[in-house]
Write a protein of this length. Structure first.
Length: 78
C-alpha cells in the first residue's frame, strides 16, 4: 500500500465518523479549537493532505472518539 492509499483510507474513516456524528465540516472545524479553513478538512477527508499527530488529536477530541479509532483501518485491503 502506498502513501496515497493510506491517506485516503484514514480520510475516509474521518469522514465516516464525522457524518455518523451528524457534523458538517464547518461544525467539525469549530469544535477543533483551532483556526483553520474547512477546506483543510475536505482535503484530509479526500486523502489529499497529510495530517499531523496534533491534528489527529484535535480531530479525535472534536469527534469525541479515541485517536486510534480515526486510524483503525484495514491497511491490508488494498
Amino acid at each position: 500500500m502506498n502513501r496515497q492509499e493510506v491517506l485516503q483510507k484514514v480520510g475516509q474513516k474521518i469522514r465516516e465518523i464525522r457524518i455518523s456524528k451528524g457534523l458538517t465540516q464547518v461544525e467539525l472545524v469549530s469544535r477543533m479549537d483551532i483556526s483553520t479553513d474547512p477546506n483543510n478538512i475536505s482535503r484530509l477527508e479526500a486523502g489529499r493532505s497529510n495530517l499531523t499527530l496534533f491534528t489527529l488529536y484535535r480531530l479525535s477530541s472534536a469527534l469525541e472518539v479515541p485517536m486510534k479509532e480515526l486510524v483503525d483501518v484495514d491497511l491490508l485491503e488494498a
